[in-house]
Write a protein that binds this ligand. Structure first.
Ligand code: GLN
Length: 262
């Protein structure tokens, strides 16, 4: 019953977002988008990502960004009736590119108060926590063990922000988390702090050299991933939120989880 009411509500919300687009279309020549958002008026959703964060985004065998987030945003685009064009860029540039180079960003991006100053976020779609990768024989097991250590992170990530706060630690920033992992394997770092799912993927490549420690044991909090959106475009936010809710209700979302998560 509850579910039926939820579905009815999202149906009403979706209906409310459909504009009287016939007239608009004739005026602008645009056809695809049925959503009352300027961002979508050209029928294209330009999406920023950083395809260095498996299983959420990585470069596929065909050289194109692939992964859970890519599949999710393409499904959102289908629901919205717009073409999705992906721009692969540095993680640290994603937020500032929204509204100029890109319309939105999806990149396993954690909702933070600081980012909320510049962008809005969709409803969260996934929970994560930072993990600590260490050499197999490392004694590191708790937060205090990180004090004074050299720790690799991806620039501009929540892992980077955590390391900035660790007393005496050297915050070794990389453009790609995988480069930090390589330096860990080569003995140049004491630890790498990176999100749970990518940590699992990276650690599984070096089962004899790396231990993957859950950051909850270090006191790191749960983080929520969401799609970053242009500030103030409430029509776009509502449309994307409805699309995600629909996908969660009709099983599409779980199918993607099964397909992409280990
Ligand atoms: N979730 C982390 C953040 O938002 C890392 C994301 C990433 O590296 N793609 O900062």
């Amino acid at each position: 019953m509850k579910k039926i009411i939820g579905m009815m509500l999202s149906g009403v919300m979706a209906a409310a977002l459909v504009t009287g687009c016939g007239a608009t279309d004739i005026a602008t020549g645009n056809s695809n988008s049925k959503i009352a958002s300027d961002t979508l008026s050209d029928g294209v959703l330009t999406v920023g990502t950083n395809a260095e964060f498996p299983p959420f985004e990585y470069v596929g065998d065909d050289g194109q960004p692939d992964g859970f987030d890519m599949a999710l945003i393409k499904a959102v685009g289908e629901e919205l009736g717009v073409e999705v064009v992906v721009e692969n860029m540095e993680f640290d540039s994603l937020v500032s590119s929204i509204g100029s180079k890109t319309d939105v960003a999806i990149a396993g991006m954690t909702v933070t108060e600081e980012r909320k100053q510049s962008v809005d976020f969709s409803e969260p779609y996934y929970n994560a926590v930072q993990h600590v990768l260490v050499p197999k024989d490392s004694p590191i097991a708790a937060y205090d063990d990180l004090i004074g250590k050299t720790i690799g992170v991806q620039l501009g990530t929540t892992g980077d922000f955590i390391v900035e706060e660790i007393e005496g630690a050297t915050d070794q920033q990389y453009n790609k988390a995988v480069d930090a992992v390589n330096d860990l394997v080569n003995g140049r770092l004491d630890a790498v702090i990176v999100d749970s799912n990518p940590a699992g993927v990276f650690a599984s490549k070096y089962p004899d050299q790396i231990k993957d420690l859950n950051g909850e044991d270090f006191g790191f909090g749960i983080e929520e991933y969401a799609i970053a959106l242009p500030k103030g475009d409430t029509a776009l936010k509502e449309a994307i939120d409805v699309a995600i809710t629909n996908m969660k209700e009709d099983g599409t979302f779980d199918k993607l989880v099964d397909e992409y998560m280990e």
